[in-house]
Design a protein around this ligand. Structure first.
Ligand code: 26V
Length: 817
């Protein structure tokens, strides 16, 4: 029963049941919220049945499973996705219509689960979808943050942050499981006891404890029998703690402890400049790793008893970036201290179980924690880290590079300096059996530039798994019109095997198909234009090119390069109002980390410039700029189907992969991008004539930096660039208040332009000109757009998961017989 069979009548009955008995809310027929909830609860009943069957099947098969440890999951909304994956969307649509509602409206209700910052968190969500779709036994582990990523609005063109209140109206999909709560220890000190045999045993005497209560969210596979679980831990005080104080009559004190324990899962940290030193973040990491490991071990024990040799057969643990690295040390501690296992045996188990994905090369983003903090919060774990380091340096490093002090210093898990730091990535690479990057170029740079010595030590360890996206959410559910067209022209189920879209290649030159394809793009643009007007008040024409840059705001992603090009276009239009060009709408969506000053200045500058350009009659509506507030999954789902152009313009070598690039191309947007991250593989798939590549390559970037880069050279030799940069110092966009936009100019010239914005400007501008010409040839553009959709098969996250399964996790599917 891969596809759930349920009739409209049955669904109607179940929805009514929940309206009556769960929500006690039948009076207001217009209450969309109530109908959304009742529909979700009705669907969840089906999901839970499948979940129970999945558990039983996986248990009886003794299925080897992967445990995905991630501090972030960007799940978005769940109703539409679950309906599509169950194959009951149409039935639900009919049922809901009978009750007086449009299902698409109800699918817009409910919180958008934003328990993550960006690409890394969304990747985790896509991977869970694919794991269930391919019938693999898998559990996602993370934190049940009370507040996810902040809500963004603009006030006087500046970003304002407000707390995300996603739990305000409840989440019909999740269920609390107090029976599976875990208690973990923190702080305190280590006692050393000499044993009868003369060995010394370390005994951790913690100062405090914290309880983790799990919330389970079901993960429904597409057209499969599997429903897996995402288990998110919430922090609470332990009962023992509470009752002690309570019986003292010290109720207030007891509550205070409660508050402290709850702080652990209070808020998701936004990607910020300085993460080191944040004790709470470190505790969050340990809290969820320790709870998850106890849960994994308990699950193993339930099925196979305490058999550690079987443990490595049944369990794989994937670390999503270095954030859950402490899990490695925690498993060592459990084996050594709680199960009295020998060091070598414990170490062998850890190495077999763990693997690690690297998601960034940016030096400032590579996690380090101070030895001081480690010692304070997890004193026993620090001892273990020291021992791992000692063994590594004295054995592996010393054998390969005997008495090479420099090499020891370079590879050590401990960075020496005025503050000694634990290098989490080194700890991962030393401990894991596989380390992967997330796109070909990124993995190559991980080997060559980031960890060349580790690669020399263990040539098989470092590998690549190119990222992917789930075509269920990112095409089937978010772009129903295009989906219907694909259903008509593609023989097999493309949402299961995206490679089937290659059948469209044969149609790319057919005028009739081109017309159908572009008519849908236009309808989607009309929808998007409405959304834009609603969100910003700006009216845009669907005949313009919709040029989209949606991603976190960061200098390396170069929203300011896009911004400079907009200024150049504006300048050209002012100089020549009759300039022949297709009208263009530049659409931005991005949140800046609250502490990232320049990123916020870039948002301000784009909004300020947008104000002037959008109301300038002289340019006859040829140029519009909109910055959509509160970019998140549900907004992405509206923007992507209506995009013509996808901006993927990071400095070569900086964007590990990117996944927005894949989502936009899949929906028929043409990429303008650098040879960076997955753009390179996208170009390989679609062909160079169907993508606009510009800018310096990784090698050229390196050469420019090695020579000593001088941004002033471009300022002084490019008159247009000089003019627009000088605008930023004037009051042209901020009447009466000059210098308000100067921060960008300053960072590009005197700040040294670390991301080579000026070096790539001309090439970017030329690529845009070529793009404009291509767009005006409607049939040529239609062909490009179709081929982009047709050639995205490789970027199905099912393919990524299959790569992980074959090269790293070694799972077998556990499907229904
Ligand atoms: C972390 C930080 C931390 C502090 C300073 C600024 C900064 C900038 C970037 C990061 C990256 C964190 C890891 C991450 O989210 N990487 C993203 O992972 C995606 C999924 O693999 C990938 O597509 C993106 O290219 C990559 O940036």
């Amino acid at each position: 029963m891969a596809l759930t069979k349920i009739t409209k009548a049955e669904l109607t009955k179940r929805i009514k049941h929940h309206l009556n008995f769960t929500l006690d809310d039948v009076t207001d027929n217009q209450n969309k919220e109530a109908y959304w909830k009742a529909t979700s609860l009705a669907i969840n009943d089906i999901v839970v049945e499948k979940l129970q069957a999945t558990k039983a099947r996986q248990q009886s098969a003794n299925a080897r499973s992967v445990n995905y440890l991630s501090l972030e999951y960007l799940m978005g909304r769940m109703l539409s996705n679950n309906l599509h994956n169950l194959g009951v969307y149409e039935a639900a649509e009919a049922a809901v219509r009978d009750l007086g509602h449009e299902l698409s409206d109800l699918c817009e209700q409910g919180a958008d689960l934003a328990l993550g910052n960006g690409g890394l968190g969304r990747l985790a969500a896509c991977f869970l979808d694919s794991l269930a779709t391919l019938d693999y036994a898998a559990t996602g582990y993370g934190i049940h943050y009370q507040h996810g990523l902040f809500k963004q609005s603009f006030k006087d063109c500046r970003q304002v942050e407000e707390p995300d209140m996603w739990r305000e109206f409840g989440n019909p999909w999740e269920v609390c499981r107090p029976d599976a709560a875990q208690t973990i220890a923190l702080y305190g000190h280590v006692k050393h006891e000499t044993q009868a045999d003369g060995t010394v045993k370390s005994i951790w005497e913690p100062k405090t404890h914290c309880k983790g209560v799990p919330w389970d969210i079901p993960i429904v596979g597409y057209n499969s029998a599997t429903v897996n679980v995402l288990r998110l831990w919430e922090g609470t005080a332990t009962e023992a703690f509470d009752w002690d104080h309570f019986s003292d009559g010290n109720y207030i004190h007891a509550l205070k402890d409660n508050v402290r324990a709850e702080t652990v899962s209070k808020v998701l940290y936004p990607k910020d400049e300085h993460e080191a030193g944040k004790e709470l973040r470190f505790i969050q990491q340990y809290f969820f790793c320790a709870c998850s490991l106890k849960d994994i071990i308990a699950r193993h024990e339930r099925s196979q008893g305490i058999d550690w040799s079987a443990f490595t057969d049944s369990t794989a643990i994937q670390l999503n970036d270095t954030h859950p690295t402490i899990a490695i040390v925690e498993l060592m501690r459990i084996l050594l201290d709680e199960y009295d296992m020998a060091w070598d045996e414990s170490w062998a188990i850890c190495q077999k179980v763990f693997s690690y994905t690297n998601h960034t090369l940016l030096p400032e983003a590579l996690e380090k924690w101070s030895v001081r903090l480690f010692e304070k919060v997890l004193p026993r774990h620090l001892e273990i880290v020291y021992r791992i380091n000692e063994d590594f340096l004295n054995n592996e490093v010393n054998e390969k590079w005997p008495h090479d002090f420099q090499m020891r210093r370079k590879l050590s898990l401990i960075e020496e300096g005025h503050e000694r730091m634990v290098r989490m990535a080194h700890l991962c690479v030393v401990s894991a059996h596989k380390v992967n990057g997330v796109a070909e170029i990124h993995s190559k740079l991980v080997k060559q530039d980031l960890f060349p010595e580790f690669d020399a030590l263990w040539p098989e360890k470092l590998t690549n798994v190119t990222n992917g996206i789930t075509p269920r959410r990112w095409l089937k559910a978010c772009n129903p019109k295009l989906s219907k067209l694909l259903d008509k022209h593609v023989n097999e189920d493309w949402a299961k095997d995206l490679n089937n879209l290659s059948q469209l290649v044969a149609l790319a030159d057919t005028p009739k198909f081109q017309k159908e394809f572009m008519a849908i793009k236009r309808e989607n643009k009309v929808e998007l234009a409405k959304e834009i007007e609603q969100l910003t008040g700006v009216v845009v024409s669907p005949d313009a090119i919709f040029d989209v840059q949606i991603k976190r705001l960061h200098e390396y992603k170069r929203q300011h390069l896009n911004f400079l090009h907009i200024l150049a276009l504006y300048s050209r239009l002012l100089e020549n109002p009759n300039l022949v060009m297709q009208p263009r709408v530049f659409i931005f969506g991005a949140k800046a980390a609250p502490g990232y000053h320049l990123a916020k200045e870039i948002i301000f500058a784009i909004n300020k410039v947008a104000e002037k350009i959008n109301s300038d009659q002289r340019i006859q509506g040829k140029l519009k700029v909109v910055f959509l507030p509160n970019y998140r999954i549900s907004l992405a789902e509206k923007i992507i189907p209506g995009a013509d152009v996808s901006e993927q313009i990071s400095t070569a070598g900086k964007e590990a992969s990117g996944t927005g690039n894949m989502k936009l191309a899949l929906n028929g947007a043409v990429t303008i991008g650098t040879l960076d991250g997955a753009n390179i593989e996208i170009a390989e798939e679609v062909g160079n004539e169907n993508i606009f590549i510009f800018g310096n390559t990784v090698e050229e970037v390196k050469a420019i930096k090695a020579q000593g880069y001088n941004p002033y050279h471009f300022y002084e030799t490019n008159a247009e660039l000089k003019k627009i940069l000088d605008w930023l110092d004037s009051d042209f966009f901020t009447p009466g208040q000059p210098y308000q936009l100067s921060a960008i100019k300053h960072s590009l010239l005197d700040g040294g332009d670390p991301y080579l914005v000026l070096a790539d400007f001309q090439s970017y501008s030329d690529a845009h000109q070529a793009l404009d010409i291509a767009y005006r040839d409607q049939s040529r553009w239609a062909r490009m757009a179709i081929l982009n959709t047709a050639c995205m098969g490789k970027f199905n996250s099912d393919r990524s998961i299959q790569d992980y399964v074959e090269n790293i996790w070694h799972l077998a599917p556990c499907a229904e017989k």
